[in-house]
Every structure is written in structure tokens, then in C-alpha cells.
Design a protein around this ligand. Structure first.
Ligand SMILES: [Zn+2]
Length: 399
């Protein structure tokens, strides 16, 4: 067993903390959380003690939108076309480890090449590799030549939609990803606001996925696509930027209200390099992004923390830069941390496994020097990361 003590222990929900506090871990599971005296009394004599007298222990972070198959380089598509499966799998394993080393103990991978991700997920689960818990989408559904078609998920018509969802389910997908409209990185692909599926097809996708108990995550920028996705009953809307047909913001309270009441989450997937992006967009457009985020939160739409890690301006293993964006637009650090832990776990249906520090949950936790509630930078170099009890980062003295 491992007994961890710290100046403060953040349980997960904003405002719930122990200072000082302790966490007792047995194998993969947290067995006790409480005051140091309480938890010490439950620990066996031979327990391994790790103390963080000036530090903070908090739940491992959840990054709800990553692409381990992408290397955050400028030529993602070319690189992906050239690399073979075994080299790609090795790169994906390295990137998964980078996330975990940065304190991210769960990632939702929303599109890789032909489902290699499930092999990586299973190797980590078997303990052959160290890494985060992975929720895998496999190849996203897209029309022929559509956004990210090179990942292998092209479908045309109802029959192919059914077959593809069945195939991904058989590979072991945890979620079905559909490219609702175009994007930026597909050469000669449809534009960002161009719908890729009819409303009826979206309904079929949701029906097929839900029949197999799989949630649906849709990539959607356009307000019309978001509206159709909400009507179809998807579970999460990736990016969710509410862009009108003229390319200008077109936010609609009625859609946000429908999302809030149905529990459909917005997953903004804001890149780690957002500062660079905002400089490029200029003050007016970046202000619009900030206002949209605050508007979604004010409407009560569940928000998922995510970074789209792997796309050109979003690095693997850098959750802190994206957390800083929320701080930058005025969200208090305690709310930001809740969003990236307990909040995202709840929205992804993982509350019974991870996202908080409670007895019975997986030992997914991070210990850092200092207080991230005062300065999120404290999260930059974790002293200890446990992912389901396995050490990804360990203090030098205990190695
Ligand atoms: Zn993405």
C-alpha cells in the first residue's frame, strides 16, 4: 500500500478539500481519503509513505479530446500516410505516456487510423505499458473524401453507416465519432461549415450507436449541424463553435437550452497553442471565442475539458496551457480544476471509476509542489502521477 500526505488534498468538486490531508492507495484503488491522522490509522505498518509537505494532491486530469495518431506537426496527413502501423502504434504509445506524465490519467481519443488505439488501450490495461485510461473512438465516420477520410472511416448511405458502427464496436470502440461538418486539415476536403450528413443519417448513427450502448461524439462547428446533432440526440458536440452560414458567430439560446436539458455536452477542444491562434485571429474573433465559452457555461451546458492534442497547434502532454485559457477568460482555478476532473468524469459517465479522490475509485492522482488554486503553473511538473495505481512519475527520492 501507499500512503500519500500533502499540505492539501483536493477531492475534485470545487471547494472540497482537506488541508492537510492524506490518501491511502492499495494496488489500483483508493481505499481511504481524509485527515492525515484518520488515514494513517487505517494504513498497515509496512505502508510506503510519500509526503508532500508543501504540495497538493488532486485527481488525475481528463483530456476529453485527443488524437494520439497525430504528432502535432504541420504535415499530419503526409506523416500519417507514410508511417506503417507498428511505427504509428509506437508513436501513439509514446504520446499516451506524455499525457500521463503531465498528470492526465484519462484521455478520450476521438479518431485514429483504423482502430489501432484499441490495441494501445488494451496493452495499457494489461499493464504492459504505462499510460492513461483510454476511451477509444477508432476511425471517425465521414463521407467519401470527407473530413479526415484518411483515417479509414468513409461511409456512404445507411448500410455503410450501420456496417462501420458495427465494425468499430467489434474493434472495441468506447464511443462513435462522426464528422458532422468539414474541418481545416483535410486537403481538398469540405469547408468548416459544410454539413457532411443529412439529419436523417445523424439520427441513424445515434440509433445504431446507442443500440450498442455507445455514446456519439460529433465534430461540429456550424450552428445548423449542431442543431441537427442535438435533434438526433448525440452525446457530445466537439468544438461546438456555433458558426453561421456566413462564417460569423451564430449562437442560439434555444439550442444551448436544449443541450443543457438533454445533458448534451460541449467539448470545446481548445488547443494548447491557443495564444498563438488568438494572436492570428485578432482581438475581435478571439473575444468571440471567449464569450461563446462563457455563454455555454451560463446556459448550463455541461463542458468537457479537452485540447485536441495532436493537431498542429496542440501538443501532447500539455494540459496546463488549455487550463490557462479558462483562467484567462475569468473562470476561477477551482472551477477550472473541477471541469478537468470531476466534471469531465461525470459527463463521460466515468464518475464511478475516476475524476475524484474517493475510496473505491481508481488511484488516478497527481501530486504537485505548491498550490494550483493559487497558480495553475504548479501543475506543470508533477512530482507524482499514479494512473490506476501505477506510477508514471515518481519523486526521485522514492525511486
Ligand atoms: Zn479532433
Amino acid at each position: 500500500m501507499q500512503l500519500l500526505t500533502a499540505q492539501q488534498v483536493l477531492i475534485g468538486p470545487s471547494g472540497e478539500k482537506l488541508s492537510p490531508g492524506a490518501v491511502l492507495v492499495d494496488g489500483e484503488v483508493i481505499v481511504a481519503v481524509g485527515t492525515v491522522r484518520d488515514v494513517e490509522s487505517q494504513a498497515p505498518r509496512n505502508v510506503q509513505l510519500l509526503e508532500f509537505p508543501d504540495g497538493t494532491i488532486l485527481p488525475g486530469l481528463i483530456n476529453s479530446h485527443v488524437h494520439l495518431a497525430f504528432g502535432a506537426d504541420k504535415d499530419i496527413v503526409d506523416t500519417l500516410v507514410r508511417i506503417d502501423d507498428s511505427d504509428l502504434l509506437q508513436s501513439m504509445a509514446d504520446r499516451a505516456r506524455q499525457h500521463a506524465a503531465a498528470g492526465v490519467t484519462t484521455v478520450r481519443d476521438l479518431g485514429d487510423r483504423r482502430g489501432l488505439i484499441t490495441r494501445l488501450r488494451d496493452s495499457i490495461e494489461r499493464g504492459e505499458l504505462v499510460g492513461p485510461r483510454i476511451l477509444a473512438a477508432c476511425a471517425p465516420l465521414t463521407p467519401p473524401g470527407g473530413h479526415c477520410h484518411f483515417l479509414g472511416g468513409e461511409v456512404s448511405g445507411a448500410e455503410e453507416i450501420r456496417t462501420r458502427i458495427g465494425y468499430n464496436a467489434e474493434l472495441g470502440a468506447d464511443v462513435i465519432k462522426v464528422m458532422g461538418n468539414g474541418g481545416q486539415m483535410t486537403p481538398d476536403g469540405p469547408g468548416m461549415a459544410d454539413a457532411q450528413f443529412e439529419a436523417e443519417e445523424l439520427r441513424l448513427i445515434v440509433e445504431e450507436a446507442h443500440r450498442r450502448n455507445l455514446p456519439v461524439a460529433i465534430h461540429a462547428y456550424a450552428t445548423e449541424t449542431i442543431a441537427a446533432a442535438v435533434n438526433a440526440g448525440v452525446d457530445t458536440i466537439e468544438h461546438c463553435t456555433f458558426v453561421g452560414v456566413d462564417g460569423k458567430p451564430d449562437v442560439r439560446d434555444s439550442i444551448a437550452k436544449a443541450m443543457a436539458s438533454a445533458g448534451i455536452a460541449a467539448s470545446p477542444a481548445l488547443p494548447s497553442g491557443w495564444r498563438q491562434m488568438w494572436d492570428m485571429l485578432g482581438p475581435e474573433r478571439s473575444q468571440a471565442i471567449a464569450s461563446r465559452l462563457k455563454w455555454l457555461m451560463a446556459q448550463g451546458v455541461p463542458i468537457l475539458f479537452g485540447s485536441d492534442a495532436g493537431v498542429p497547434i496542440s501538443q501532447h502532454g500539455d494540459p496546463v496551457s488549455t487550463l490557462e485559457l479558462y483562467e484567462h477568460i475569468g473562470v476561477p482555478p477551482s472551477t477550472v480544476l473541477e471541469l478537468a476532473t470531476t466534471g469531465s468524469a461525470r459527463t463521460l459517465g466515468l464518475s464511478d471509476r475516476t475524476g475524484s479522490l474517493r475510496a473505491g475509485l481508481a488511484a488516478d492522482l497527481v501530486a504537485v509542489d505548491g498550490d494550483p488554486l493559487v497558480d495553475l503553473q504548479a501543475l506543470r511538473s508533477p512530482e507524482l502521477v499514479l494512473s490506476r495505481g501505477r506510477a508514471v512519475v515518481r519523486p526521485q527520492s522514492s525511486a
